[in-house]
Design a protein around this ligand. Structure first.
Ligand SMILES: CSCCC(=O)C(=O)COP(=O)(O)O
Ligand SMILES: [Zn+2]
Length: 204
């Protein structure tokens, strides 16, 4: 698929995320790989539910530089890290949902374990609810370069698939293209909702 068509799909995905209430109050950011060297990233501070193709800014994956001088997402460094770490990643979606924000705080360890859910199979390559699916949680940091460096070190030593949680902040997930990133987002959010409900109901 051409970059032009992928961008149209990304804009549609942003509107879907906005309609779901998963990017409130200008939160969230979205991107796609444009070619080997560049990605297109949402402009910082915009309402991500009403973005147009013109709201995506070309950024150099290696340097985080935006040649246009416009200001891409404050979390650009996390998107470019994912494109550098995973050559197969074609799109990245970052959302601020209540479930990802709260679960990542309630879970005190550095990993949220999902197990026993049929919907684990919504994630590419997962074939059974019996498998243990770890979703890494990183403590939040306003210094995105420091945060990106922590995530990079983790990824050198541990498998990192589908996405990660930023504690008290949200979910960043990816896929080989916009459609798959969107499926991973929807699948993970469903699983987070189940895990929240399970923890609430099984508390006693
Ligand atoms: C109001 S949300 C705070 C910043 C954030 O976490 C986010 O996802 C949006 O930042 P951006 O620069 O991409 O608009
Ligand atoms: Zn954010």
């Amino acid at each position: 698929m051409t970059a032009h068509l992928q961008l149209a799909e990304l804009v549609t995905a942003c509107h879907w995320i906005g309609a779901k209430g998963w990017a409130p109050a200008t939160s969230g950011n979205m991107s796609m790989r444009e070619d080997d060297v560049h990605c297109l990233l949402s402009e910082s501070g915009k309402d991500k539910g009403s973005l147009t193709a013109n709201d995506f800014i070309r950024v150099e994956i290696a340097s985080n530089r935006a040649p246009s001088g416009r200001k891409p997402s404050a979390e650009t460094g996390l998107h470019t890290l994912i494109y550098r770490l995973f050559p197969d990643a074609g799109a990245v979606l970052h959302t601020h949902t209540v479930n990802s924000t709260v679960l990542s705080r309630v879970e005190k360890s550095d990993v949220l374990i999902l197990q026993g859910y049929e919907m684990q199979k919504s994630l590419s390559g997962q074939t059974t609810h019996l498998d243990t699916l770890p979703i890494a949680i990183f403590d939040n940091d306003q210094d995105i370069e420091k945060l990106a460096s922590r995530i990079e070190h983790y990824a050198c030593e541990n498998p990192l698939r589908y996405g990660f949680l930023l504690r008290g902040h949200g979910l960043t997930c990816w896929g080989k293209n916009v459609a798959q990133a969107r499926q991973h987002l929807e699948g993970l959010e469903f699983l987070f909702e189940c895990e929240m409900q399970r923890r609430l109901l099984e508390r006693t």
